[in-house]
Design a binder for this molecule. Structure first.
Ligand code: BGC
Length: 832
């Protein structure tokens, strides 16, 4: 960069990676100035074009921004010597154009400090109740009379802010007092303003960040006082110098202004906040429980690497925030870097986080014991490398705050094989780490997006572990606002990259699978009714493009059996199972679910229509993909989906089971399935008479298997079967998709399944395998606690079942013997 012909000194950091903006301090003169920038393309993948912005700070604190998107910039690919000089004649140059491409580039806007806003007001009548409603295009944290409202994290949670923004409501009755009060707000980037994936900041809407809030006070005499955002607010930069979801925070505690949100707090550096017209975006209440801190972890080990330099291991991969407590001199710069792995030298390995910096920097104020907790970022990690802390162990500590969507945890699984139990616990950890406003794929790298395929395959497992009722409703609201006019559900919510708007089999099907799962578990047909039209539109959209009932057309990005074992590392969506076979099978599953949901809401016509749709798909599937009793190319996933979704005749199903078990055996008792086959492989084996093979596969310890991850020390679910060796470019240690067999574990190992939606009747059919020795679960169903416990040894079994009042059970015992279970304890025993 050149300013008025003089080279501007290169800034200290970056831009090292794409989408990152380097910041040059520049001095301009009065009158005409010329900024010259030379940009070079250094790679081929996902690089945005060159963008630049000048942020002018005027003497009165006002800021003005000039960007390369604004008029007046000139450009040329190869410029003659002297082009940087102020008097160079550029009249023949082209006017710069705003880049168009497949990827959004966001706004050229370097990181800026979060803003503080405050408004003083007086209360002169007794208070009956007071509520604060607030939201931001960005992220915010309210303060009242000097204290933060710290309960909710990362509000407002992730939505497509061009479609809808959620507001939150706080009961603040106890925080107000008669006389003078102060309402404060810290406002920053959040999901609205942070850079996303390959995009720069503000990919979802125009800069800058905005606040909308309303404090409603009801008085004893029935009157109301309303303090809203608008005139009368003051604004100043906060001590939070930088913050972004992927990169973390830089917090300079020396710049804190104590009492900024208190009566009589200092006013130095504050100015009136601008009031702007609210953009025309629906602002809706958040009905789902928020993200909250649910557990606090202490490090399992603290290793000193050098002066003030340590690595902490929490023994658990999780998502959340650090809480640093430190006594350090003013200006001490404490840096925390977060990671899922360590390098051989004991430092953190952030290679798999791609461009996410995943670090927080705290600059101490030097005022005794200080506590810092980042609020405008979160991290997915097990290890933290910290530098700049005092070498006295008593002078600092770092806790791990585990945060996630605050949904009730509803299940406890018990299995005699401890590896399987650990695997299930790991899958619950990955659920916690990825229930962050939306169901995300991962909590750590520069992605953390609402990929629907991951949710679709994991939801039946997720719905055991937590009460997903409110979360399903919330996710479906976002799926509906992103649905295309023709009915296509997106692959990812929000679909801010054009390819995410597409509908891929297994991904878009989440639009049917999520409501079906929620209804089956809680019996509430509300989720069906609310989503019925959207689901019908989706089904019609597939059928319109595929009238012969093989889903060949409109398969979007077609990720298919993503990350299957046989797919090359560089092409995780390669067709190891014919893609049209897989799409057609998932379409058939949609039809089955739609028929059941139609009956549940009394729509007889639609129920019949979806049953015939299923029959038509089944017939077409057999004609297209079953030749001489062989399904597709013989891949495991091909057989799995054909068996599991009821697409085969009894005879072909048995043959497919034999073929599936044989392929597993040929691979040394290993699976080869990816995202779409794995969730169903154990069920498919059991359904087709290969129960022993299912147990062998479940208890496998060597690669590829669930047990392998556990034995390698995983504390959460891996993205890839070989995450210990696979490509670091896409290799998270916290992806829940392969944890989808948690559903099988509850239904077939613990043996609890809803015989009717909402567990009015329960089917108890555990596979009491002597290989496992014992099993069972305690599940908080909507009708009360259901418990099973069994042992199988020395040729005999014993099964205990406990049902809540009003719930009946049909029990299937070894050998197919049927029995009844009633409310209260029931016991069964016999020979295996
Ligand atoms: C995500 C996956 C997701 C996929 C789409 C990946 O980058 O991490 O879990 O479903 O993209 O195929």
């Amino acid at each position: 960069m050149w300013i008025n012909g003089e080279p501007a000194p290169t800034p200290r950091d970056g831009p090292a990676r794409h989408t990152e903006m380097a910041v040059w301090p520049i001095i301009l003169k009065k009158g005409r100035n010329v900024i010259a920038i030379e940009g070079r393309r250094v790679g081929s993948f996902g690089q945005p074009p060159c963008v630049a912005a000048a942020l002018l700070r005027h003497g009165d604190g006002l800021k003005e921004r000039m960007t390369s998107a604004s008029v007046g910039w000139k450009t040329l690919v190869a410029a003659p010597a002297g082009w940087q000089l102020p008097d160079f004649d550029d009249t023949a140059w082209h006017s710069a154009e705003r880049a168009k491409g497949s990827l959004p580039i966001g706004e050229p806007w370097p990181l800026t400090p979060a803003s503080r806003l405050r408004r003083g007001f007086s209360i002169d009548k007794p208070i009956q109740a007071a509520r604060l409603h607030a939201t931001a295009l960005g992220i915010y944290q309210p303060w009242i009379n000097g204290a933060p409202l710290a309960d909710r994290k990362l509000a407002p949670e992730f939505t497509d802010p061009s479609k809808r923004v959620l507001y939150q409501t706080y009961d603040v009755t106890a925080l107000l007092k008669p006389g003078a009060n102060v309402l404060g707000m810290v406002v920053g980037d959040g999901w609205y303003g942070s850079r996303f994936s390959t995009s720069a900041r503000f990919a979802f809407g125009p800069a800058p960040c905005r606040l909308l809030c309303q404090l409603e006070i009801e008085h004893d005499d029935g009157s109301r006082t309303v303090i809203g955002s608008g005139k009368g607010w003051e604004i100043a930069d906060s001590a939070l110098l930088e913050h972004s979801l992927y990169d973390g925070e830089i917090h300079d505690a020396r710049a804190e202004q104590s009492g900024w949100a208190s009566v009589g707090g200092t006013a130095a550096g504050w100015r009136p906040a601008s009031v702007i017209a609210a953009p025309a975006i629906p602002v809706e209440p958040q009905r789902c429980p928020p993200i909250r801190v649910r557990q606090t972890l202490q490090p399992k080990s603290v290793t000193r690497l050098g002066a003030g330099h340590y690595v902490l291991d929490y023994g658990q991969n999780f998502a959340g925030f650090p809480r640093l407590t430190v006594t350090a001199p003013a200006g001490a710069r404490i840096e925390m870097r977060f990671a899922e792995m360590l390098k051989a030298d004991g430092t953190v390995d952030q290679a798999n986080l791609r461009t996410a910096k995943a670090r927080d920097i705290y600059i101490a104020a030097g005022c005794g014991r200080e506590v810092y907790e980042p609020r405008f970022t979160y991290h997915g990690y097990r290890y933290v490398e910290i530098t700049g802390v005092p070498d006295d162990a008593g002078a600092w500590s770092l806790e791990g705050l585990v945060a996630h969507q605050d949904l009730a945890e509803t299940a406890e699984l018990r299995v005699g094989d401890p590896v399987i139990e650990t695997f299930w616990r790991n899958s619950v950890w990955s659920q916690r780490a990825n229930f962050y406003g939306l169901p995300t794929d991962c909590p750590q790298r520069d992605e953390r997006l609402g990929w629907m395929g991951d949710a679709a395959v994991f939801w039946p497992a997720a719905a055991w572990n937590m009460d997903v009722t409110a979360f399903t409703a919330r996710v479906m609201e976002d799926a509906r606002v992103s649905q295309s006019a023709k009915g296509a559900f997106p692959d990812c919510i929000p679909p801010f990259v054009p390819t995410m708007k597409l509908s891929s089999p297994g991904w878009a099907d989440a639009g049917v699978i999520l409501p079906h799962t929620s209804w089956m578990r809680n019996g509430d047909t509300g989720v069906i009714r609310t989503n019925w039209q959207a689901m019908e539109a989706y089904m019609a959209w597939i059928e319109a493009a595929n009238p012969d009932h093989v889903w060949r057309k409109q398969r979007g990005a077609d990720y298919a059996d993503w990350l299957s074992v046989d797919a090359p590392t560089a092409n995780p969506g390669a067709a190891t199972t014919p893609k049209d076979l897989l799409s057609t099978a998932y379409w058939a599953q949609d039809a089955t679910m739609m028929a059941a949901m139609a009956s549940a809401i009394g729509n007889i016509e639609a129920a019949a229509r979806y049953r015939s749709l299923f029959d038509a798909i089944r017939t077409a599937f057999n004609a297209a993909f079953v030749v001489d009793g062989k399904v597709g190319n013989g891949s495991q996933t091909g057989n799995v989906v054909a068996i599991r979704f009821g697409l085969l005749s009894p005879e072909t199903m048995r043959a497919a089971g034999v073929a599936l078990a044989a392929d597993i055996a040929r691979r040394g008792n290993h699976l080869s399935t990816g995202f779409l086959g794995t969730p169903h492989i154990l069920d498919a084996l059991v359904m087709s008479g290969q129960e022993a093979a299912a147990i062998t596969l479940l208890t496998q310890r060597s690669y590829p298997s669930w047990g392998y991850m556990v034995e390698q020390g995983a504390t959460s679910m891996w993205e890839r079967w070989n995450s210990d060796q696979g490509d670091v470019g896409m290799n998270s240690r916290n992806h829940y998709a392969f944890g989808a067999i948690g559903d099988f574990l509850f239904r077939r190992i613990a043996g609890i399944a809803p015989a009717t939606p909402g567990f009015g009747r329960v089917r108890i059919a555990p596979i009491m395998s002597p290989v496992l020795g014992s099993g069972g679960a305690t599940y908080q169903s909507v009708r009360g606690t259901i418990r099973t416990d069994w042992t199988a040894r020395d040729g005999a079994f014993r099964l205990d079942v406990e049902l809540p009042a009003g719930v009946e059970g049909e029990v299937i015992l070894p050998g197919g013997r049927k029995a009844r279970a009633v409310a209260g304890p029931n016991r069964y025993s016999g020979k295996l």
